[in-house]
Design a protein around this ligand. Sequence first.
Ligand SMILES: O=C(O)C(=O)Cc1ccccc1
Length: 298
Amino acid sequence: MLAYLGPQGTFTEQAARGLAKPDDDLTPYDTVPAALDAVRRGDVDAACVPVENSVEGAVPATMDALASGDPLVAVGEIVLPVRFSILVRPGSTGSVKTVTSHPHALAQVRSWLAKNLPEAQVVPSSSTAAGARAVLAGEFDAAVSAPVAVHHYPLEELATGVNDVEDAKTRFLLVERPGTLPAPTGSDRTSVVVTAADRIGALSELLAELALRRINLTRIESRPTKGRLGEYRFYIDLDGHVAEPAVGDALAALHRHCPETRFLGSYPRAEAGVGKTDDSGFEAAAQWLTKIRTGNGA
Ligand SMILES: O=C(O)C(=O)Cc1ccccc1
């Protein structure tokens, strides 16, 4: 059983279908934290959640829910193109006074709304499909939805392709309880959360551990720890798999700086063939060390 941010007709449902095994059943949850908690409780085997968008950046609800609570790890990712439609009740002739959608969707159609529905009040909803449902229930006049939502709800397209940026993409993760890691593919990504100490150079020392080992950083985001004002967690994505010597060595170094470092998974990248780390020197050095420790070299 696989949980996703629902209801039916969300982008996350499409991502979940792309990541699911053929015999997986999909079950919708109202929020990202609810889907992740269902995995923690063991009600479902995995959850598919949105993590990052090429226009709006990180999805804060996902980041916060992965950084706290019982640990979960990502075992897969998928990147989907996102286009948006404006859905209204069939035959609605009145002007659109209210528009609802997921905050990430609203942010990606801001210019279109300003130009085409400048008077409309914009109200966030828990997902694009939850917005479509609320329009059906008469709570709002229009929803910014995934084009597929029109096949799930008896609504009508007022406009389609309303995204301000062509080729916008969203990355989704498949998350499970910690268990067997996916095998390295040679094109993997590793995600961790670290809290940098409050002193000069703390963050640059963490990043230096990656640079020293020639590890490519693909994303770094900060979020407040929700404790002291000014205390931040850093979400770091890097190229490579924890089973590879350079990445394993770097994660151990991050743990020495910050014992609360949380491993969020090593998983195949959506685009194959990129992100290989160069481990040659690490393997040769480990063999040399074994030799000198056992008296077989110098
Ligand atoms: O609300 C949805 O449909 C989601 O899956 C979250 C989302 C919202 C906007 C862009 C990508 C994902």
